[in-house]
Design a protein around this ligand. Structure first.
Ligand code: DX5
Ligand code: ZN
Length: 213
């Protein structure tokens, strides 16, 4: 199982160094949460910030767009160095157009689904996707509790398309990472449990060890 630390829980005054620290501590991907204050009731940062921290690591940048119009801003995030771009199915952009724009820019497309969205809604797009992001909290904030009932969505996706990567985001700790691994999750996003740990390397290793497959 891969671990993608979410910099939402990092020290934003040291963002570049925090990205580098996660790289050194064994992060597989760096997860960057983009919030516009409309799609979710919180604001973070945009493409210029992503671009400015790009030089601190060679690890893949996993950009999670929690914004109303992902298609409109996709070119900016491609230019900023995104490797994987997740956009929400509940956003205002056309999924097929958005997938095409991400692919045309050389990045890997993923669709994210909020807890209340039935996973079947993503099925028509599976052949064109690199990954599906199953939210295990309501998007917007770090530090919330993991919704274990979302594992049904993970199992349904894996049954439909075994080679598709499935990511979960929200409330991941050593115990919930185990639940995720058992359901077939490939990538866990972790904010609080990695950044607030005394030893981030140990925290990442513990999450990886939760996967006994
Ligand atoms: C929530 C974000 C998450 C968040 C996870 O909307 O998408 O990436 O940082 O934080 P934790 O791991 O603290 O739940
Ligand atoms: Zn996220």
């Amino acid at each position: 199982m891969l671990i993608a630390p979410s910099v939402l829980s990092s020290d934003f005054s040291q963002l570049g160094n925090e990205v580098k620290r996660m790289d050194v501590c064994g992060a597989d991907w760096i997860h960057l949460d983009i919030m516009d204050g409309h799609f979710v009731p919180n604001l973070t940062f945009g493409a210029p910030v992503v671009k400015s921290v790009r030089k601190f690591t060679d690890k893949p940048f996993d950009v999670h767009l929690m914004i109303d119009e992902p298609l409109r801003y996709t070119p900016d995030f491609l230019k900023a160095g995104a490797d994987i771009i997740s956009f929400h199915l509940e956003s205002d952009s056309d999924p097929r157009e958005t997938i095409a724009a991400i692919k045309a820019g050389g990045a890997k497309p993923a669709i994210a689904v909020k807890p209340k969205t039935p996973v079947e809604k993503v099925f028509p797009y599976l052949d064109d996707l690199y990954m599906v992001l199953v939210m295990t909290v309501e998007p917007g904030f770090g530090g919330q509790s993991f919704m274990a009932d979302m594992m049904d969505k993970v199992r349904a996706l894996k049954a439909k398309k075994p080679e598709l990567l499935v990511q979960v985001d929200g409330g991941i700790n050593p115990e919930t990472a185990k639940t995720a691994a058992q359901a077939g999750v490939d990538i866990c996003v972790a904010g609080t449990s990695v950044f607030k740990a005394e030893d981030a390397r140990e925290a990442i290793n513990t999450l990886k060890a939760a996967d006994e497959r």
